[in-house]
Write a protein that binds this ligand. Structure first.
Ligand code: DC
Length: 204
């Protein structure tokens, strides 16, 4: 049997294990598998079919259909898909089906870097190297915030930049900047604008 080299990386979301895994796979010329994408693919399929995430037989079928060579990060990285993935990830038979595929991947020469939650404990208990990558909840939340900010900026750019009906204030719109306002203050400010217009109209 050919020996393959396996690096198992586990840790919570936002610890940086994905980036580390990619860098290490490049450096040591190993295959790379983000096992989170396999759970995300199952969740995405159920969402697409409009099926509940606790539909065990549909989730099993979706898990069997997962093709590790066709995991589309762009589609699967959506926040809602991640939330749904953590729900299908509790189904033991789904885990068994996906773990089987992940083990086959790990055994393919020259070996692989796999990252996830159960790589060192369940998927590849005999891995040559096991890393558990973590960071404080505060630091991970700060990193998440930076990602959310980038998401919001990308979305604004798309909404404002499209040719057909882009987002922009109408020339006669009243500007209401809520940066420093809670919702109640924003409501009062909107009301003040409206009442002012109404007063001017009835006075005219
Ligand atoms: O790492 P991620 O955000 O892509 O993972 C999505 C979900 O999949 C995560 O909430 C838990 C689950 N998961 C798992 O149970 N086991 C793994 N090896 C990888 C991910």
């Amino acid at each position: 049997m050919t020996h393959t080299f396996t690096i198992a990386i586990d840790g919570p979301a936002g610890a940086g294990k994905g980036t580390l895994a990619r860098r290490l796979a490049d450096h040591y010329r190993l295959n790379l598998l983000d096992t989170g994408l396999t759970y995300r693919a199952v969740a995405h399929k159920l969402l697409q079919l409009g099926l509940p995430l606790d539909n065990v037989s549909a989730a099993e079928t979706a898990a069997r259909q997962v093709d590790l060579s066709k995991l589309d990060r762009a589609v699967l990285s959506a926040h809602a898909v991640g939330e749904a993935a953590s729900k299908v990830a509790v189904i033991p038979t789904v885990r068994r089906i996906l773990v089987e595929k992940q083990r086959d991947f790990a055994k393919t020469p020259p070996g692989a870097v796999l990252d996830g939650r159960d790589i060192g404990t369940v998927v590849c208990p005999d891995a040559d190297i096991k890393l558990y990558v973590t960071a404080s909840a505060e630091v991970r939340a700060r990193r998440r915030l930076a990602e959310i900010l980038a998401d919001i900026e990308r979305r604004d750019e798309r909404d404002m930049g499209r040719a057909d009906s882009p987002l922009k204030p109408a020339v006669d719109a009243h500007l209401l900047d809520t940066s420093e306002m809670a919702i109640e203050a924003a409501f009062l400010a909107a009301m003040a604008i409206i009442d002012d217009v109404l007063a001017k109209r009835s006075g005219a």
